[in-house]
Design a protein around this ligand. Structure first.
Ligand SMILES: Cc1cc2nc3c(=O)[nH]c(=O)nc-3n(C[C@H](O)[C@H](O)[C@H](O)COP(=O)(O)O)c2cc1C
Length: 187
């Protein structure tokens, strides 16, 4: 059996059932060849490091989500602007794009935890692509707050996706344990 098929089958066994994105395990097991994309947004580099560690292990393609707009250099005003953006449901225009999303069956999506949720850039990404039927594996980095609403919000905004419940949730740029996590997912 090909490694990717094995992965698809294993992912099916750990799929979560999240409201309207409920997934029947047998559906996910039908994922064709399991071509992988590792997509992430990173403001200060932690999520990028985790994305690279995942990509190194699973192969496939890696993609950095980038968007228009800037933030103040100072930390507090920066976090304040981000808070307002999140509260207003701001969706920045993306400046990078995935070449042929249709080719991917498994999409890792990485976001820092910002104010307990995913970043506006990741929300823009989720709204910009048809991820219907794809197995989506979230990975979250945080500064001590843990998962909070990140995975639930990502799941709610990922229409028709098969979101894996066993997300990576790690402090900062921590990558220790990623191999074991991927093994749990069957990779
Ligand atoms: C605007 C902003 C809001 C944040 N809010 C939270 C939070 O609510 N909970 C938390 O644990 N960490 C929070 N953090 C810390 C980041 O989640 C953490 O540093 C993350 O690893 C940064 O990822 P990055 O380096 O890829 O941007 C926040 C950071 C920023 C910049």
């Amino acid at each position: 059996m090909k490694k990717t098929s094995l992965f698809g089958a294993a992912v099916a066994s750990v799929l979560s059932v999240f409201g309207s994105n409920a997934v029947a395990a047998e559906d996910a097991a039908r994922a064709p060849d399991g071509k992988i994309l590792v997509a992430y947004y990173s403001y200060s580099g932690n999520t990028k490091e985790v994305a690279e560690a995942i990509h190194e292990k699973v192969g496939g393609d890696i993609f950095e989500i980038k968007a228009e707009g800037t933030y103040p250099e100072e930390y507090r005003p920066m976090t304040q602007q981000a808070k307002e953006e999140i509260q207003n449901g701001f969706r920045p225009k993306l400046t990078t794009s995935v070449d042929n999303m249709a080719q991917y069956d498994i999409v890792f999506i990485g976001s820092p935890n910002w104010w307990g949720t995913i970043t506006p850039q990741v929300s823009s990404f989720l709204e910009s692509y048809d991820l219907t039927g794809k197995t989506v594996i979230p990975f979250i980095t945080h500064g001590g707050g843990g998962k909070q609403n990140t995975v639930a919000d990502l799941t709610a905004q990922c229409e028709g996706c098969k979101v894996v419940e066993n997300a990576w949730v790690g402090y900062g740029s921590r990558t220790l344990g990623i191999s074991g996590w991927l093994e749990d997912l069957g990779l």
